[in-house]
Design a protein around this ligand. Structure first.
Ligand SMILES: C[S@@+](CC[C@H](N)C(=O)[O-])C[C@H]1O[C@@H](n2cnc3c(N)ncnc32)[C@H](O)[C@@H]1O
Length: 442
């Protein structure tokens, strides 16, 4: 490590001991290695963070159990399995859990090669699509050629159980092929690739990639990486993926599991609409979990912490004055948003209030499931709501402490990969630091 005035440069592994309040500038090559690069996902954290926590707190002792209660696309879970541990991921987002499952599931490689050969033949000879998305505006999002080819591909993936049986090995391969299929959707669509919101830009014209060529190159990458993963991880490890809210009863989700380490990055206030982000993918794969139409997608948004899509009636009676959270500085910020933003202040203030009160529910729940002295590493970034800066990490710290956690350390790191990290500081200013809050259950 070499130290500059404000930042400590880290090349290679993050050191076990980190000075309190320091900011690391981490140069990482791990973001897309292994199975991490299978699918884009908004606000992924770098694999180096869970890797650091696992090495520091599980001391190389294999077979422990790691929990990520907001697991997203499974970065913690992949690192956990690679390090020889059992993993549990919880998320409200079905596509994220599915990506997590595929990224952490070993495959029978000979079987995958056989099914892929059949699929490739079908792609080359297929003329008629076997799948039609339930979306009236599909022509806005995709060219006619892309629709025809995606339709053939998805139809073939659907046929796999009929052709190769319904056993677990085949199902795992069908899952991988569906996630591989999903991974190309945004790139072959007319929608902007980089933006967190799904929209077709009229100023920045996009040249969508070709469906078959892109699918085949993704399939080659998936196959190579899953082969390496399957050969390197212990087949006996337990993996559990739970579709549930981590602000609701975790005892129900976790049963009698003994958790040895928890690592997560929870959602940010008002920053990311996960469903809107995945809209074009959901048109093509959402039928597997009843989210294939925009109407069905919108009906699920209320489950996501930090989401801002809610009816006016939900916040009609809300005032920060009458609903204090009792966190130093936070109630004042909520009042500021409420008072100063004439147009959206009441909604935005309520959305932020709800986000913190959901996080309070979460800490109350997770405290009941972790044993004494278990570590909980939480990565958060500060945010802005209606131009008012929220020191989210400080507020989360207070919430965790009053729910039975001791803060052992806190440090930050510079965010380098801007992919789908949306403006968390109001227009124009992307927050550059994520904070790592290291807690221990009292
Ligand atoms: C910052 S992302 C996590 C990204 C993850 N660390 C990764 O590397 O992919 C936050 C996640 O919280 C999930 N989430 C939002 N509300 C939730 C809730 N009530 N319970 C569980 N998960 C929730 C979102 O679906 C999203 O996947």
């Amino acid at each position: 490590m070499s130290k500059s005035l404000h930042c400590t440069f880290v090349k290679g592994a993050i050191p076990a001991e980190i000075e309190r309040e320091s900011i690391l500038n981490i140069s990482t090559r791990n973001v897309t290695t292994q199975t991490h690069g299978f699918h884009k996902y908004p606000a992924k954290f770098i694999p180096d963070i869970p890797r650091w926590a696992i090495e520091k707190y599980l001391n190389g002792e294999k077979g422990q159990t790691i929990l990520d209660p907001f697991c997203g696309s499974g970065t913690t879970l992949v690192e956990g399995v690679l390090a020889g541990h059992n993993v549990i991921g919880i998320d409200v987002d079905p596509l994220s859990l599915w990506i997590s499952k595929v990224k952490t599931t070993r495959l029978d490689m000979a079987h995958l090669v056989g099914i892929s050969a059949w699929l490739i033949k079908g792609i080359k000879t297929g003329t008629k699509g076997g799948f039609k998305p339930e979306c009236e505006t599909v022509g806005h999002w995709f060219s006619a050629d892309a629709i025809a080819k995606l339709s053939i591909l998805r139809g073939l993936i659907n046929e796999i159980p009929d052709k190769f049986g319904t056993n677990r090995k085949t199902k795992d391969i069908q899952d991988l092929l569906m996630i591989c299929f999903s991974s190309i959707i945004r790139r072959v669509s007319n929608a902007d690739n980089e933006s967190q919101k799904t929209y077709v830009s009229h100023t920045k014209t996009k040249q969508p990639e070709q469906v078959n060529g892109l699918f085949l190159s993704q399939l080659e990458m998936f196959t190579r990486r899953i082969a390496h993963f399957s050969a390197s991880v212990n087949p006996k490890l337990r993996k559990k993926y739970v579709l549930s809210s981590s602000a609701a009863s975790l005892e129900k989700s976790l049963g009698r599991e003994k958790i040895d380490l928890a690592i997560t990055s929870p959602p940010y206030i008002k920053a990311i609409d996960y469903i809107y982000n995945q809209m074009v993918e959901l048109f093509w794969v959402g039928d597997w979990f009843e989210m294939q139409t925009q109407e069905k997608q919108n009906s699920q948004k209320g489950k996501y912490i930090g989401n801002k899509s809610m009816g006016k009636s939900e916040f009609a009676d809300y005032t920060p004055y009458e609903n204090p959270l009792g966190i130093d500085g936070l109630d004042e910020k909520l009042q500021q948003v409420f008072d100063t933003d004439q147009k959206n202040g009441h909604r935005h203030s309520y959305v932020a209030f709800k986000c913190f009160s959901d996080m309070e529910k979460h800490f109350y729940q997770i405290k009941k499931c972790l044993q004494k002295e278990t570590h909980y590493v939480v990565v958060v970034g500060d945010s802005s709501v209606s131009g008012v800066y929220f020191e989210t990490a400080d507020f989360i710290m207070q919430i965790a402490q009053r729910n039975g956690f001791t803060n052992i350390n806190q440090w930050g790191y510079k965010i380098k990969n801007r992919y789908m990290r949306f403006d968390r500081k109001g227009r124009g200013g992307i927050i550059k630091i994520d904070r790592v809050l290291d807690f221990e259950k009292k």
